[in-house]
Design a protein around this ligand. Structure first.
Ligand code: ARG
Length: 271
């Protein structure tokens, strides 16, 4: 079995101080179903402490009242080689998150720009080695893929999502290391499935029941994979490949349509 190695990472998270589901912009969000901010906070804190405990650097962005989705910091930007491309959100309920992220990066001296086209950050843009996988279909626009390719000077592989429950790429696909991924094939158009099969013939394929509990919304450091504890088969598949899955309970934040990965934005510095 392949020997896995963790690489220490730099993440940006946002405490769910103002978490609630007061509107619906994805099929998971039901404003008439009660949410517990307290439970959301506790689940988020467990995730935060696990990442810090694994030796990763975790920074925080101040939550803003009235922006309950800000906890899903993965959507705030895509950060590669020390350059941050800040999101342009599709829905007006999230538009005011962008200035907060722009300010956060500016204040710390990162090279930063806001995307011109609809671009929901690491929700739809995932780095695998030197390639960026980019989702479209529900949120980020295909034009945003070209924009990201230019901004980062990297090849971007566009993928089309077709199931509205998996509206962001990171709800249907997770990067495990420099050239390995896991994904839920049914979330993608036939052309995108062929692309993925060709490029990642050894990928872990998830079944519907693991996808439904957001098992693919996982965070990997190359060895440890923080993954929904309910995604039991995925845990087994990951172990068979030499990864160490660590189960996390994100059920409260799932009411907003996000899991572990959505709450974690990776900040990739210059090599
Ligand atoms: N309620 C948020 C939205 O619909 C959830 C975002 C989840 N984030 C993610 N990276 N998939 O925009």
């Amino acid at each position: 079995m392949k020997k896995r190695q963790a690489r220490s990472r730099h993440y940006l998270m946002c405490e769910p101080t103002f978490f609630e589901v007061s509107y619906s912009i994805n099929p998971w969000m039901n404003p008439s179903r009660p949410t517990s901010t307290e439970r959301g906070l506790a689940q988020w804190k467990t995730l935060h402490d696990l990442l810090a405990g694994l030796g990763h650097t975790v920074e925080l962005i101040e939550p803003v009242a009235g922006l309950p989705d800000m906890v899903y910091s993965a959507n705030g930007a895509t950060v590669v080689d020390g350059r941050a491309l800040v999101a342009r959100f599709r829905h007006e309920q999230r538009v005011d998150e962008s200035p907060a992220y722009l300010e956060w990066f500016r204040a710390r001296g990162w090279e930063v720009r806001q995307a011109e086209f609809v671009n929901e950050g690491e929700g739809d843009f995932l780095c695998v080695g030197d390639v960026i996988l980019a989702g479209s279909g529900f949120r980020s626009e295909p034009d945003a893929h070209d924009e990201a390719a230019k901004f980062f000077g990297k090849p971007v592989l566009g993928l089309t999502l077709i199931d509205h429950r998996y509206y962001h790429l990171d709800t249907a696909l997770a990067v495990l290391d420099e050239n390995e991924i896991m994904y839920y094939p049914e979330a993608f158009s036939p052309e995108s499935r062929s692309l993925l099969e060709e490029r990642f013939p050894d990928a872990i394929l998830a079944g519907a029941s693991d996808a439904e509990v957001f098992g693919l919304n996982a965070v990997s450091d190359g060895l440890h994979v923080l993954v929904a504890q309910q995604a039991e088969r995925l845990h087994k598949q990951l172990r068979e490949r030499g990864f160490e899955p660590i189960g996390v309970d994100m059920t409260e934040l799932l009411k907003g349509g996000g899991g572990a990965k959505c709450c974690t934005l990776e900040l990739r510095e210059q090599d």
